[in-house]
Design a binder for this molecule. Structure first.
Ligand code: GTP
Length: 371
């Protein structure tokens, strides 16, 4: 899962390591001395950094306090900072060290179908946390890169996250969840998987087929319902989707069923029809959650559709299917940041158990894992 993206992120780590290598071997003594007017004396740049640290750092600090300019601008480490960093056995990452690696990272993210604004946000955040950052001797450049990337990725991926199971547990029953998304992305399969996921946690569910538009939709969802032993509420093709889901809610109330899982048609004649359908369901049923389903492998298209459906129907979260077949990871990285709504589940295969609660922290750790 997301192996292509993983390789690319590890490429960034190598790039930064390479571009900071020279400095690690050759301290910036000449440059520092020239620029600072011998504030840092020769022995500060010798191998005995520990001894230098006490005497020279104190001197440098005094000078810096007397002259605020010496502390440098926000972006560039000042001579003082660099000298101090070296004297204390640290290395500072500078703009020029990052220029090429960040460019390569941006290209890699875009190639991985990460949405442009998301890629920019990741880059800004990595740049900000690494620039002028002093690297302790005990900390490798790789570790510094990893921590910057980790925070940047979690920040965009975890947008809007909430505790799905907690919300189901606390909500008044029955909980109604409506699924939207275009045909063929795994919507019906995801409903079946979620029904199993809920059953594993002690919640009963009934399926309601609000896709009254497409021929064969009833048969398709009935197959899942039969296999799982769930009840299915359906009307004839051409019926009113809101009425089907409403019947599902009534059935759940009468039979003490915890959750109603309502399918909907993925595409109607126009997006106005689609919006009208979802608005009517909202009005008639007032679902507790509307979840958008799309396939991770669709990359940028999935991100664009998530935005469209959110504009039309105010989704509460997303399920990304076929993550098992997706190498790029772009949709998984981008959907939450672009819509402001979290990814809640990943579909990871064709079996009913192949659904995983989405955990941004876990995903980022696996992306940055060097194994
Ligand atoms: N590899 C993989 N295949 C999946 C996953 N989820 C669904 N599929 C497959 O994708 C195909 C389409 O799934 P459906 O559930 O029929 O898609 P749908 O969106 O409901 O399609 P419509 O009913 O036409 O709207 C099926 O062959 C599923 O088995 C997944 O997470 N991984």
């Amino acid at each position: 899962m997301f192996d292509g993206l993983k390789d690319k992120l590890s490429g960034f780590r190598e790039d930064v390591e390479e571009s900071t290598e020279v400095e690690e071997e050759a301290p910036p003594e000449a440059e520092a001395n020239a620029e600072s007017g011998a504030v840092v004396e020769d022995d500060a740049a010798t191998a005995d950094a520990a001894a230098a640290e006490t005497a020279e750092t104190a001197e440098v600090e005094e000078t810096a306090a007397a002259d605020p300019d010496e502390t440098g601008s926000d972006d560039e480490p000042s001579t003082f900072q660099r000298a101090k960093a070296f004297a204390t056995g640290r290395i500072i990452i500078e703009e020029e060290d990052l220029e090429e690696p960040l460019w390569n990272l941006e290209m890699a993210l875009l190639e991985s179908d990460v949405e442009m604004s998301v890629a920019e946000q990741i880059l800004d955040s990595v740049r900000e946390s690494m620039l002028g950052e002093s690297r302790k001797q005990v900390e490798t450049t790789g570790e510094l890169v990893e921590s910057a990337l980790h925070d940047a990725l979690v920040d965009v991926i975890a947008v809007g996250q909430f505790d799905f199971e907690g919300r189901i547990a606390e909500a008044e029953k029955p909980v109604t969840i409506v699924f939207t998304g275009v045909n063929g992305v795994g919507k019906t399969t995801s409903i079946a998987k979620l029904s199993e996921w809920l059953a594993d946690r002690g919640y009963s569910s009934v399926l309601a087929n609000g896709d009254t538009y497409r021929a064969g939709a009833n048969e398709q969802i009935r197959e899942h319902a039969d296999r799982l032993g769930r009840d299915l509420i359906s009307h004839d093709q051409g019926g009113d989707p809101a009425a089907v889901i409403y019947d599902g809610v009534e059935y759940a109330e009468a039979n003490d069923v915890d959750v109603v899982l309502g399918d909907t048609a993925g595409r109607l004649h126009t997006s106005d029809d689609l919006m009208a359908q979802l608005e009517k369901i909202d009005r008639v049923v007032d679902p507790d959650m509307t979840l958008f389903v799309d396939e991770a492998v669709a990359g940028q298209d999935a991100v664009n559709r998530a935005k469209e459906f959110d504009d039309a129907a105010a989704i509460d979260g997303a399920i990304l299917t076929k993550a098992d077949a997706d190498s790029s990871g772009g949709a998984a990285i981008s959907v939450a940041y672009v819509t402001g709504k979290p990814i809640l589940f990943l579909g990871t295969g064709q079996g009913y158990d192949d659904i995983t609660l989405f955990d941004p922290e876990e995903l980022v750790e696996s992306l940055l894992d060097e194994e």
